[in-house]
Design a protein around this ligand. Structure first.
Ligand code: TYM
Length: 331
């Protein structure tokens, strides 16, 4: 069976709607057809400062959210990155075939290091995409479901896989990004030309899955639209309205054309009410489901321990091949 792999960082108290529609929803959809590996990249999380207690708690909450959203431990391997030391080990080898300039061209690094001030950005932040390549290549995954913002990192991963395969011998599968058109980039409700992100200046444009549904409904009602009246999908001219249509369509299963017909002759207030309704219906049961997983800590630990063991089984096999091909003396 072909493999699918993806990760989501434990860097906030809740996943946001972009994480779900751009990525986690695809994870759930793919776990039947593929052998699935889904993990929480805590090594990536520390590329920017984290409070230790909070990081540990957020890692648990991330695992609980994956379960509550439908990732099934009977079908998918769910694990925490730092518990599988092969990720850091393969990163070192990949570091040594990655160009300094190549890594420096990653736009996410450029953005994040600029935000932090060049002198505060760490070597870890610079190395982030190489660690991500290691995550993927260790499992010889064919498919990597991610949002649009990870496309360049996937390209680098493919380049490094091909480079290693050519320089030594075929070792890695060259993975494909699985970026679903339509929901690959969910936009900030207040600034609908920027992606929805936990690091936006204000939370007003962010829908956190675990926020009080009333707060989320209010944020939808306050979403920025435009000065026209017509409800139609036009990403260029009407980014706010288009984002709302995308969200309702993704959560309800209705097509964009169907929604345009449904709202014909109606106002933006009606659209927002409609989006808020389907959103609240989706998020309302989530908090309780997540809490139930968190309350049964023994079960959660068991799931993550089984995930770690299975992940290590695969990862250690790939790393052994890499070490052998690299020329390391094996015991
Ligand atoms: P992270 O934790 O920032 O985001 C998790 C996933 O959510 C997607 N995403 C979005 N999709 C649509 N619209 C948005 N506004 C939006 N914001 C975020 C992201 O594209 C991502 O798929 N580097 C990764 C984590 C990672 C990883 C990996 C992923 C580490 N190793 C290996 C795949 C394979 C990241 O920071 O995602």
């Amino acid at each position: 069976r072909q493999r699918v792999l993806s990760g989501i960082q434990p860097t906030s108290d809740s996943f946001h709607l972009g994480n779900y529609l751009g990525a986690v929803r695809q994870w759930v959809a793919l776990q039947d057809e593929f052998e699935a590996f889904y993990f929480i990249p805590d090594l990536h999380a520390i590329t920017v400062p984290q409070e230790p207690k909070q990081l540990r708690q957020r890692t648990l909450v991330a695992a609980a959210q994956l379960l509550a959203l439908g990732v099934d431990p009977a079908r998918a391997t769910i694990f925490v990155q730092s518990q599988v030391p092969e990720h850091a080990e393969l990163t070192w080898v990949l570091n040594c075939i990655t160009g300094f300039g190549e890594a420096g061209r990653m736009t996410q690094f450029k953005d994040k290091s600029q935000k932090q001030g060049a002198d505060n950005a760490t070597v870890g932040l610079f190395d982030y995409p190489v660690l991500m390549a290691a995550d993927i290549l260790l499992y010889r995954a064919q498919l990597v479901p991610v949002g649009e913002d990870q496309r360049q990192h996937l390209e680098l991963t493919r380049t490094l896989a091909q480079r290693f395969n050519t320089r030594y011998k075929k070792t890695f599968v060259v993975p494909e990004a699985h970026i679903v058109t339509g929901t690959a980039k969910i936009y900030d409700l207040q600034n609908p030309t920027a992606k929805m992100s936990k690091s936006a200046e204000s939370d007003a444009g962010l829908i956190n899955l675990l926020d009080d549904p009333k707060v989320s409904a209010k944020r939808i009602r306050s979403a920025v639209t435009d000065t026209e009246r017509e409800i139609r999908f036009d990403r260029e001219a009407k980014p706010g309205v288009s984002n709302l249509l995308t969200i309702e369509s993704a959560l309800s299963g209705a097509t964009i054309a169907g929604l345009e017909a449904k709202y014909a002759g109606q106002g933006y207030g009606d659209l927002k009410a409609g989006v808020a309704d389907v959103l609240v219906e989706f998020v309302a049961p989530l908090r309780e489901r997540v809490q139930r997983y968190l309350d049964d800590r023994a079960e959660l630990d068991k799931i993550l321990a089984a995930g770690r063991d299975r992940a290590r089984e695969v990862a250690s096999g790939t790393l052994a091949d890499v070490y052998e091909r690299t020329g390391f003396l094996r015991a």
